[in-house]
Structures are given as structure tokens and as C-alpha cells.
Design a protein around this ligand. Sequence first.
Ligand SMILES: Cc1cc2nc3c(=O)[nH]c(=O)nc-3n(C[C@H](O)[C@H](O)[C@H](O)COP(=O)(O)O)c2cc1C
Length: 193
Amino acid sequence: MSSTDELCVPPDRPIHPLLAARFSPLVFDPDHVLADADEDGLLEAARWAPSAGNSQPWMFHLRRRGDPGHDLLTSRLASSSARWAPTASALVVNLAHRFVEGTDWPYSEFADYDLGQAVAHMTIQATAMGLSCRQFRAFDLAGLSGDLHVPDGWVVVSMTAIGRSLEEDASRQRRTPAELRLDGSDRRDPLGR
Ligand SMILES: Cc1cc2nc3c(=O)[nH]c(=O)nc-3n(C[C@H](O)[C@H](O)[C@H](O)COP(=O)(O)O)c2cc1C
């Protein structure tokens, strides 16, 4: 991150309360249990994400804490994520349909992009349910992919820990609004003006 980062908690410009409330906790309530209806709601939210050509190149493997198969997921966590992910109410493996089966041809140029949108939908749905998510890559990707017998053409991209946060909020930093713009104040105008 650059030196122009500014602390924006809460956001200094009005955005939807769900977006403003979302953050990625590192402490989950070990007593919270994800209800069946909540699990369904999270997957339903992902289902309605936009995707290129409506290809919907996403799949999820969700295990609640205590469910059979949850220990398999925790066994593949990196030492960093093993400090906080096991107490989340559920762990979700996020998969993208990256290749046409049996080939190295892209199934969709946008598979990973679209998966990210579906995960974002799930994350905001979780926020609406009073839950929090931390997406992460700190796990043994090759080992987990083998454990899950990932279908041909599909790849594991990331995981999400979902649960009730025991943190009020986290310290969060963001690039400035100007840095988001191609023609931001510290950059050349792309039209050469
Ligand atoms: C694709 C992706 C991978 C991430 N990987 C990790 C990770 O391995 N470990 C971790 O603690 N957080 C991980 N995060 C969480 C980010 O660090 C976090 O979203 C970021 O610091 C912004 O904080 P916020 O979500 O609270 O706004 C990941 C997030 C995304 C979207």
C-alpha cells in the first residue's frame, strides 16, 4: 500500500450500511452454530451473482464446525489461518470452473472473476444475517484439492470462514478515492490533458 492510504472506518463517504459493516474478523465465536436456513441463504445469495454469459462458474464445499468433513478442512489450514478459522461456524471452499473438462482451454475467461462476485454476494448476505466472513488463501491448496477429488476443469481458488465475529470492528485501511481513478490527481490524464 502507498503512503497516501487513509483510515476509513467507518467509511468517510456514505455507502450502504451492509457494505460499511462488513469486515473480515480474526476472532469467531466458537459457540455460534450456523442454522440450516442460514446455510441455504448463503448459497442462495451466491447463486444470484452475475457472471459472464450467465456461465455461473462457481461451486462451494461448505462444512459446519462439528460436521463430518470439517476436520478435513481444518487439517489443510496453514499455521496462520489455523489460529482463527477452526472456530468459525463454517468453512467454505470456493471453486471455479476454469477449464473445459479434459483440456487446458479456458471454460470462461472470467471464471475466477465471477467466482469472486459470487463469494462477495455470499459475504454480504452473511453480513445481513449478522454474520461475518474472512476469505483466505492460507491453506494447502494442492493437498485440499486432492482430498476433495475436485472435478476435472474445476480448481480450488480460496476459502471463506463464516461465523459470528467476537470483534467489534477491525482496523482497516484503504487507498484514497483519488487512487481508484485512472485519472486520479497523482496520475497522468489518460486523454493527455
Ligand atoms: C482472495 C482473498 C484472499 C485472502 N487471503 C487471506 C489470508 O490468507 N489470510 C488472511 O488472514 N486474510 C486473507 N484475506 C482477507 C484480507 O486480508 C482482508 O479482506 C483485507 O485485509 C481487507 O480487510 P477487510 O475485509 O476487513 O475489509 C483474503 C481476502 C481475499 C479477498
